[in-house]
Design a protein around this ligand. Structure first.
Ligand code: 6XA
Ligand code: ZN
Length: 342
């Protein structure tokens, strides 16, 4: 299986994040990608390719052009306002505040285009996020060109990012961009299986009314875990997309055994849907030692996950999402890829 990776993705290097009422060391850091790349090479998963340069169009198929422009111009505006540290949003246009006024202030814009205060933006964030989306697109193109599987070593991750907002360490929704690209280039049905510990709210929302992109997600119950406001079992799609979203919220403390029932159900949906390709939003934060999560996967369980996904029997694009136990991240990730390849 080929891996796609770009060094530019390392340029987004946040130092701190806001969590638990503190400024803590950031967990979505470049070494995550570096250890995965190192393990891919050591265990000889396959060739490592650099992404191609894609035009802005595939990104605009998923994200609002004004949101993309906001991210692109953000650092210049931020520094022009006299700021020099990483940026965090802190005010949002929620219920009873106006949605219809045009915002010009950089702090207002940060709130307008975000869902949380936990996602630092820095000088090179846009460049890295673009490279991450290009990584996903390049891997998607490998499938279109006939590869049966590919691994997009994406960073920053994507599944929380929506049409016009960032959050949960995500800026561009790499899985969604890849799915739409596959649709735009001849595939009729694409499935996204999100196995990150957190619900992929951005991906779900982007395709909620569409039958051509099935979204399946297994994750920690949002009543106990981020993102709290989406990812419940009664969310099953709307309009033409009714029945084409499925969520399996699981209790904190879930281990591989507790997970497999949901995974089997998700695989059954995949068999019925018969997608032309499947995208796996591969978060590795179900791992027992993940510093921000509460599931109990062991490293060996990731081999089983890969083996099970292979049985679905469709061209598969693996795309890195979360996972913060850096020391084990390479092992866990390559376990999935090797399990898949058999
Ligand atoms: C709140 C937790 C963000 C979750 C990030 C993640 N700071 N999403 O791993 O999949
Ligand atoms: Zn996650």
């Amino acid at each position: 299986m080929k891996t796609v990776f770009s060094d530019l993705q390392l340029a987004h290097a946040p130092s701190q994040e806001i969590s638990d009422g503190e400024l803590k060391p950031a967990v979505e850091i470049p070494s995550r990608a570096e250890i995965v790349l190192k393990t891919v090479k050591e265990r000889k998963v396959g060739e490592v390719l650099s992404p191609g340069d894609f035009p802005i169009r595939p990104l605009h198929r998923v994200h609002a052009p004004h949101y993309v422009s906001f991210l692109e111009g953000f650092w210049d505006r931020w520094t022009a306002a006299g700021r020099e540290n990483e940026a965090f949003p802190f005010v949002w246009p929620i219920r009873s505040l106006r949605q219809d006024v045009e915002i010009d202030h950089i702090d207002g814009l940060l709130g307008r285009y975000s869902m949380d205060a936990g996602t630092p933006l820095g000088e090179h964030t846009y460049k890295a996020a673009r490279a991450s989306a290009d990584t996903a697109l390049t891997a998607a193109k490998l499938l279109l060109d006939g590869d049966q599987s590919a691994f997009a070593l994406c960073r920053p991750p994507g599944h929380h990012a929506g049409f016009d907002f960032f959050g949960g360490y995500c800026f561009f929704n790499n899985a969604a961009v890849a799915a739409q690209y596959l649709r735009d280039n001849g595939l009729n049905r694409v499935a996204i299986l999100d196995v990150d510990y957190h619900h992929g709210n951005g991906t779900q929302a982007l395709f909620y009314d569409r039958p051509d992109i099935l979204f399946l997600s297994i994750h920690a119950d949002p009543k106990d875990e981020y993102p709290y406001f989406l990812g419940y079992a009664d969310e099953t799609g709307e309009h033409a997309g009714t029945g084409f979203t499925r969520n399996w919220p699981l209790p904190l403390g879930t281990d591989w055994e507790g997970y497999t029932l949901a995974l089997e159900e998700a695989c059954r949906w995949l068999l019925v849907y018969k997608p032309d390709a499947m995208i796996v939003s591969l978060g590795l934060d179900c791992f027992e030692k993940d510093p921000i999560s509460g599931f109990k996967f062991k490293s060996e369980d990731y081999i089983l996950l890969g083996q099970r996904l292979a049985k679905v029997g469709v061209p598969t694009l693996f795309l890195l999402e979360g996972g913060y136990a850096v020391d084990a991240l390479g092992t866990n990730c390559v376990n999935v890829l090797e399990g898949f390849e058999g």
